[in-house]
Design a protein around this ligand. Structure first.
Ligand SMILES: [Zn+2]
Length: 1122
């Protein structure tokens, strides 16, 4: 049973959870007592489970690193039921207790195969064998005292702070286009809304304490806002639509529509509660679009094609990408978007492109049996070399009818490890592949339809937003694609703002776009949306001054201060610290900033609370003065101590009343006051082939503070710039649980490491200027029968499916694991919906909704045919990070190897019809063993190669929260030969020619001493120059006469006026432009210190401590044929 089903049974809509305060989900609260975590759902196949473990108890789903699952009974539900035991990454309730006991399925072991599988003894020592059953409880015992997440504290400051918000939420609605990336086309102006009838309702917001149960209107008072699921919705006397359908989703009998457009005085749909009062047809809508995409939609499809019919599933009227004029992009992205621009691969192509009305027949015809699809072609990995495609690997296209696939969610935003969902959990278990979603929900999009409407149409039962995959039973009713509830079409929705006509609910933008953004009406707010608030917390100890980072920071902020997202309410503040905490009074009227030093770090207080966070517009000059003087202020400091913990507490106090973003810059191990840490790294153990210690935090101070921050809508971003060990495993918790980001600049020094300085500069610029969402929550729903149980990324899990994100940034990725709880055998498709509710920097409450639709299949071969090898790898990486921390690194390494063994075994036993010798993989998984080997050699998981602890932990963090596109580069870098770049096949971007060299295998045998090779490893790039590199490249690109003249530590390509130089720089610049962070470039020779880093990425080659690709394949084969 999915959460959707749960909601429908309990009748508590989830609308209240979208309140912008730390209001509680009452459902979650009621779950507290006696819940047994991790036991209520049928276990999914989980390769991360140790083979020897048979108990599925909490360790079955690895809990998030850095916080093992505390025993449930250690939690004491507070009197207000506001303590939260759940925490990110930990096994979540797959179902609540209400609605009857869950069908209990005995836990099963993830794999029948006994014992750990380890590489056979060989001349080359295999990765060390450590018992998979070993479990390392952290000696430091950071493990979860029963902290309480107490949100009883009102998040808003005194009422006076309200008066400082001149722009109420409704005022913002009047110009929704203001914050759009591009001005809307003129036509959209017609859709601009007039002030909605809700104009004044928000005024009641401040009066409602956020903890006062979600802003529900109590019975007997005014009717609740339309979109809230008030309990009274479930009155038994509610007009019956007939029993909620439970049968096969869409009925295939289109109901003839009423003739002619509905008249203004047409009988409105039955009102099921009083909520729609005041929202009659006169309520205007506005529809804004940022580009011409939607304008294209205004031209109807083939004339008359759908006239008069309301198909059971909404048609994809036309290929909305037909008029795409997107600029050329990275092949990976092109590939990823292929489903939108190209016909699916032949085996997926349906004859004749079914019309929507024939959807069911066409779904039925989706058989893959006719011929072996390319994805299932058996590949003998031991024989076929050169499996790596010359261009980046595309995301597979789900096997859906074209009409549906055309409007499906972009895989860059929303992707599933299996693009064909197994009908049952047992089928999934047989396939031995992990089932999960990978999301990049707040990605910068060049095309984003934005809708303003006083009515956001959602399912009455499960609160799903109406989307392209619902079905219209007739003009007045739609059936939810997640819980199958039949809902009314609100009168307002009958009007299509695109065609400006009535009677076309299925042509509304909400039903035509799998990704859409709503400007939320006032019921989505419990208080006025918070202003953009930025607080910078800066290390100014001697060590920090030595690194020289302060200059770069101050200059960057000075340069970009006007680009900081916000409006007239934006606030800013600064705290610096060493052994004491320094505040800066920036109040208007002062002639210069006033520094206030608080030396009592044990009991931190705010000296002048009202003048430390100031309005940026009003106090900009003082802020600029401060930024100009700050670097010099501490130039002579000899203070070496760092009271980071106290500084964070002070910053938390300062931000608590409003919420906001805290940006922390730290350069050393905090060693004074609360949160002080000691070095735990033994440099002699860096190259250990044994298990790695100290991957979990040394103290729970940072996690606790992060949870306090989360409760007050504060996110903490950590910039760690250091030459020494800083215990990122402990410090990182401050960002991890507050939904912040971690930036790590090892060996940062303004003189000795110019490449890092450049990277820091570029990253800062992006950080300061990028889009930001405040006080956000994200909920992921899935079709009834499926459930979500483990989350990966940076957030706090507020309730079973609700992630608390005090800030959301466009560069954050998330992953979730799923299981199948009920047979999906009467379903042809299932859907997943991620809804992100946030406050924009302009103070608008917005909801971004992504919906993904995937087919359900009932054969193993179809499941395999739809496997998405990159998504599987990305999800496994997240799971392995958890496993490394909760169990051990060797456990995680074994589990990853087993994942490859298990899936290929399953393929061989259950899918392959003709047995043949060799190591066989379906074509779609042919890169799986390579990616697994790459993970084993990745900094996060490698053993036997010297790896600093912070580097390792940083890599783990990145694997967990980077969107898949970027984490794949970290896992398997792209290698190109660049000394012979040509314009053949080049892209043309903004009149620049971008060469497109082939992607090469990561093996020394692909290198040539005569050449130059670029390796793109995500956050770093290496340009390796062969000893006999052609002189033309040396002179024309590097500007040096010969190999010996290539300087050590070169990190910039000279800007030479030669074709070769332009091509090389164009390629590197373009690759950098594809990602939101700035990879530094290292130009290396054979003698370079960094050469080992380059060589370590040669994944296919053997190293002293790791198998070659071929050896690894032999090992897999041996295990599979056992
Ligand atoms: Zn529903």
């Amino acid at each position: 049973m999915s959460t959707a089903g749960f909601n429908s049974q309990n009748g508590t809509g989830t609308g209240q959870a979208y309140a912008n305060g730390p209001s509680q989900n009452p459902v979650a609260l009621q779950q507290l007592p006696g819940v047994s975590y991790g036991m209520t759902h049928q276990p999914a196949y989980n390769p991360m489970q140790p083979k020897a473990t048979t108990s599925p108890a909490p360790g079955l789903y690895p809990s998030g690193p850095y916080q093992p699952v505390p025993p449930v009974n250690s939690y004491q539900p507070g009197p207000q039921l506001s303590s939260y035991p759940s925490s990110p990454g930990q096994p979540l309730l797959s179902r609540p207790l209400m609605g009857g006991p869950p069908p209990h399925t005995p836990p099963q072991s993830a794999s029948p195969s006994p014992g750990p599988r380890l590489p056979p003894a060989q001349a080359t020592p295999p990765p060390p064998a450590v018992s998979t059953t070993s479990y390392y409880p952290s000696p430091q015992q950071p493990m979860a005292p029963a902290w309480q997440y107490n949100t009883a504290t009102p998040p808003m400051g005194p009422a006076t702070s309200m008066s400082t918000h001149p722009r109420g939420p409704v005022a913002n609605h009047m110009n929704p286009a203001a914050s759009l990336a591009a001005p809307p086309p003129p036509s959209s102006a017609a859709y601009r809304s007039a002030p909605t009838p809700h104009s004044t309702t928000q005024l009641s917001g401040p009066g409602i304490p956020p903890t006062s149960m979600h802003g529900y209107t109590q019975p007997g008072t005014a009717p609740p806002p339309m979109n809230l699921m008030a309990p009274q919705t479930y009155q038994p006397s509610r007009p019956a639509y007939g029993p909620p359908p439970t049968g096969p989703p869409p009925a295939m009998k289109p109901t003839p529509p009423p003739t002619g457009p509905p008249m203004a005085n047409a009988t409105p749909p039955p009102k099921t509660d009083g909520a729609v009062a005041g929202n009659g047809p006169e309520a205007s809508n506005s529809y804004n679009h940022v580009d011409n995409k939607m304008a294209g939609l205004t031209q109807p499809g083939p004339p008359g094609r759908h006239l008069g019919h309301y198909p059971s599933l909404p048609p994809g009227y036309q290929n909305t990408s037909a008029s795409h004029t997107t600029p050329p992009m990275h092949p990976a992205m092109q590939a990823a978007t292929q489903p939108f621009t190209q016909a699916p691969q032949p085996y997926q192509q349906l004859p004749g492109g079914p019309g929507a009305a024939q959807l069911s027949p066409s779904l039925a015809a989706m058989s893959l049996q006719s011929s072996t699809p390319e994805a299932l072609r058996a590949v003998n990995l031991l024989q076929e070399r050169n499996l790596l495609p010359p261009t980046p690997v595309p995301a597979p296209t789900p096997c859906l009818p074209q009409d549906l696939q055309k409007i499906n969610c972009n895989p860059e935003v929303f992707r599933c490890t299996l693009t064909s969902i197994p009908q049952t959990q047992s089928l999934l278990n047989k396939a031995k592949m992990p089932l999960g979603l990978l999301l990049h929900p707040f990605k910068d999009l060049s095309q984003l339809p934005v809708v303003t409407s006083s009515t956001i149409v959602r399912c009455r039962s499960c609160r799903t937003y109406i989307n392209p995959f619902v079905s219209f039973l007739d003009q007045r009713r739609w059936k939810c694609n997640l819980c199958y509830r039949v809902n009314d079409v609100p009168e307002e929705f009958m009007y299509n703002p695109v065609s400006r006509s009535y009677g076309e609910p299925h042509k509304r933008p909400e039903v035509q776009n799998a990704t859409i953004e709503f400007i939320a009406p006032s019921e989505y707010m419990l208080r006025p949306p918070q202003p953009a608030v930025y607080l910078f917390v800066l290390d100014v100890s001697h060590n920090a001054v030595e690194t020289g980072y302060l200059n770069v920071f101050c200059q960057s902020l000075l340069d970009n201060i006007n680009a900081l997202p916000g409006d007239s309410r934006t606030k800013i503040g600064f705290i610096t610290f060493d052994s004491t905490i320094h505040f800066y009074n920036l109040q208007e009227g002062l002639s210069q900033p006033q520094m206030l030093i608080v030396s009592d770090i044990e009991d931190i207080f705010l000296p002048t609370p009202d003048s430390l966070l100031v309005n940026l517009n009003e106090c900009k000059e003082l802020v600029q003065d401060l930024l100009k003087s700050l670097p010099n202020l501490f130039q002579k400091t000899m203070e070496t101590q760092s009271a980071l913990g106290s500084a964070l507490q002070a910053a938390f106090k300062l931000l608590s009343p409003t919420g906001g973003r805290m940006s922390v810059f730290q350069t050393q191990l905090p060693n004074l006051g609360v949160g002080a840490l000691q070095s735990r790294e033994d440099p002699n153990q860096r190259a250990s082939a044994k298990d790695i210690q100290h991957l979990s935090p040394a103290t729970d101070f940072y996690k606790k503070l992060a949870l306090d921050c989360s409760g007050q809508q504060v996110a903490v971003d950590l910039f760690l710039l250091s030459a020494q060990y800083c215990d990122l495993a402990s410090l990182g918790c401050i960002s991890r649980f507050s939904a912040g980001s971690v930036y790590y600049y090892p060996s940062y020094h303004h003189q000795h490491n110019p490449a890092q300085v450049e990277r820091f500069q570029k990253d800062l610029k992006r950080y300061i200027t990028r889009k930001i969402g405040f006080e956000a929550v994200m909920r992921i729903r899935c079709t009834k029968g499926m459930s979500i149980h483990t989350f990966h990324g940076n957030f706090f899990v507020r309730s079973t499916d609700l992630l608390s994100l005090p800030n959301v940034n466009p560069d954050a990725g998330f992953a979730v694991q799923m299981s199948i709880e009920e047979n999906l055998d009467d379903m042809q498709v299932v859907s997943f919906q991620a809804a992100l509710l946030y406050t924009s920097s302009k103070g608008e409450r917005r909801i971004r909704v992504h919906t993904l639709c995937l087919p359900v299949v009932n054969s193993l071969s179809d499941i395999f045919a739809g496997a998405d090898v990159q998504a599987i790898t990305g999800l496994l990486a997240c799971m392995a990070v958890d496993r490394s921390v909760t169990a051990s690194l060797s456990d995680a390494r074994d589990a990853m190897t087993n994942a490859a063994i298990d899936s290929l075994t399953s393929y061989r036993q259950s899918v392959l019809t003709i047995q043949q010798p060799g190591l066989l993989a379906p074509a779609c998984l042919r890169l799986f063993p390579l990616y697994i080997l790459a993970l084993l050699k990745q900094k996060a998981f490698r053993t036997g190669t010297s790896t600093r602890l912070d580097d390792r932990v940083s890599a783990m963090y990145q694997l967990k929260y980077q969107p898949l596109t970027y984490s794949m580069l970290m896992i398997h870098p792209a290698l190109y030969r660049v000394d012979d770049l040509s314009d053949e096949g080049a892209l043309n971007v903004n009149e620049r020619t971008i060469p497109q060299p082939k992607v090469l295998q990561l093996s020394v045998e692909k290198l040539s001493r005569e050449g130059a090779f670029l390796m793109d490893a995500g956050i770093v790039m290496y340009l390796w120059i062969g000893r006999n590199c052609h002189p033309n490249f040396l002179t024309q690109v590097l500007g040096v006469p010969n190999y010996a003249a290539v300087p050590e530590n070169l990190y910039l390509l000279p800007e030479l006026d030669t074709a070769e130089s332009q091509r090389t720089r164009a390629l590197i610049g373009w690759l950098r432009d594809q990602r939101p962070f700035f990879p530094s470039l290292h130009i290396i020779r054979d003698e370079s210190q960094l050469k080992p880093h380059f060589m370590q990425n040669m994944i296919e080659d053997r190293t002293e401590s790791a198998l070659s690709y071929y050896e690894f394949l032999l090992h897999l084969q041996q295990q599979i044929s056992k």
